[in-house]
Design a protein around this ligand. Structure first.
Ligand SMILES: *Cc1c(COP(=O)(O)O)cnc(C)c1O
Length: 360
């Protein structure tokens, strides 16, 4: 039996995609060699690379004037590359501290230069987000950075701030492709692909061309977004296996109704779990302000740690994996990314109900 994979990342993959990889890993589309032993400058790979980029543009409705890249280093390297490329001499950069990932993005920018914190969710234990209308860039800001979905805390922005002429940059690692986004509001959208687009090994970046103009030539080659964009993300050997799998994942999204259908499923799946939490008479508690509850990472707690341990052990016996919350916050977390079938979430919701009846 396939396990029910509630991992926060690397994420569950569609079985069809895994099967397609299996069927092609030795002999890629009948060409007599594997894609991962093929030159990345050869047509077989080139087609895969460009198709992955094209599918990102198509599925996310990315307007003209943006470059799409897949690069190694994950979202984490991107945290540092953003200020290196886009914060000019003497400028500051604005950050919204909404949780663990936003803080990491801010921390790298702060090590490298001047930052300004426009909102810090600390006093509420990172369980609320600011009203987007209240989020305004400061005067000498190079850009304003937000994190669309806090994977550990389980919070998600539902509306976007207006930053005027100051570029808005967003880490969408854990909810990309799960809802429609007004790409033109953003100058850059990025994230690791292993949460909602494929296996680990690459980050995606969607960058407005006028922002790319800021990348200084003084940067080391790999750290320069403009250089990568000018080479169609093939300046060096790309993570070919990962990008191939992302391409297959995106084809699966397209075949399954695209982003609107992913959004419908995300709403349906998260509602199943939040209803189980809210209908449990306090047996399960969601720490997150209901206005900002994530549709991707559903975080909840039980009355005490012993009960949580029992819950995790029993659910694992029934094939439900990785429901333990992040070590920094404890509790439980169900990550229900795009490839998670509704039926698996129903199984968890039913399990939650029967467990609370037994122990409540
Ligand atoms: C996982 C995650 C990251 C880090 O991604 P890596 O690709 O592992 O560097 C950054 N931001 C968010 C929101 C994440 O969920």
């Amino acid at each position: 039996m396939r396990k029910l994979n509630f991992s926060a990342g690397p994420c569950i993959m569609p079985v069809e995609v895994l099967e397609e990889i299996r069927d092609n890993i030795v002999d890629f589309e009948g060409h007599g060699l594997s894609l991962i032993e093929n030159s990345h400058r050869h047509k077989y790979y080139d087609d895969v690379h460009n198709e992955a980029i094209q599918l990102m543009k198509e599925l996310l409705n990315i307007p003209d004037g943006y470059s799409v890249l897949f690069l190694g280093g994950g979202a984490t390297l991107t945290f540092a590359m953003i200020p290196m490329n886009f914060r000019g001499e003497g400028q500051s950069a604005d950050y919204v501290l909404s949780g663990a990932w936003a803080k990491k993005a801010w921390s790298d920018a702060d090590k490298l230069g001047r930052t300004n914190i426009v909102f810090d969710g600390k006093e509420n234990g990172y369980t609320v987000l600011p009203d987007p209308a209240s989020v305004k860039p400061s005067k000498d800001s190079a850009y304003l950075h937000i994190t669309s979905n806090e994977t550990i805390g389980g919070l998600q922005w539902k509306n976007w701030p207006e930053t005027g002429t100051v570029p808005l940059i967003c880490d969408m690692s854990s909810d990309i492709m799960s809802r429609e986004i007004p790409v033109d509001k953003f100058s850059m959208i990025y994230g690791g692909v292993q949460k909602n687009l494929g296996p680990a090994g690459a980050a995606f970046m969607i960058i407005k061309d006028d922002l790319l103009e800021r990348s200084p030539d003084s940067l080391p080659a790999y750290l320069n977004f403009k250089l990568h964009a000018s080479k169609n993300a093939m300046y060096n050997t790309p993570p070919v296996f990962t990008i191939w799998a992302v391409k297959l994942f995106l084809q699966w999204v397209k075949k399954n109704g695209g982003v609107p259908e992913m959004k419908r499923r995300a709403d349906q799946k998260s509602t199943l779990l939040y209803n189980a939490i809210d209908g449990s008479d306090g047996f399960y508690v969601s720490p997150v302000d209901p206005r900002f509850r994530s549709t991707m990472n559903v975080v909840f707690r039980l009355k005490d740690e012993n009960l949580e341990k029992e819950f995790l052990a029993e659910s694992e016996k029934e094939g439900m994996m990785f429901l333990k919350g992040h070590r920094s916050v404890g509790g439980c977390r169900a990550s229900i990314y795009n490839a998670m079938p509704v039926e698996m979430v129903k199984t968890l919701a039913d399990f939650m109900k029967s467990f609370s009846k037994k122990r409540g």
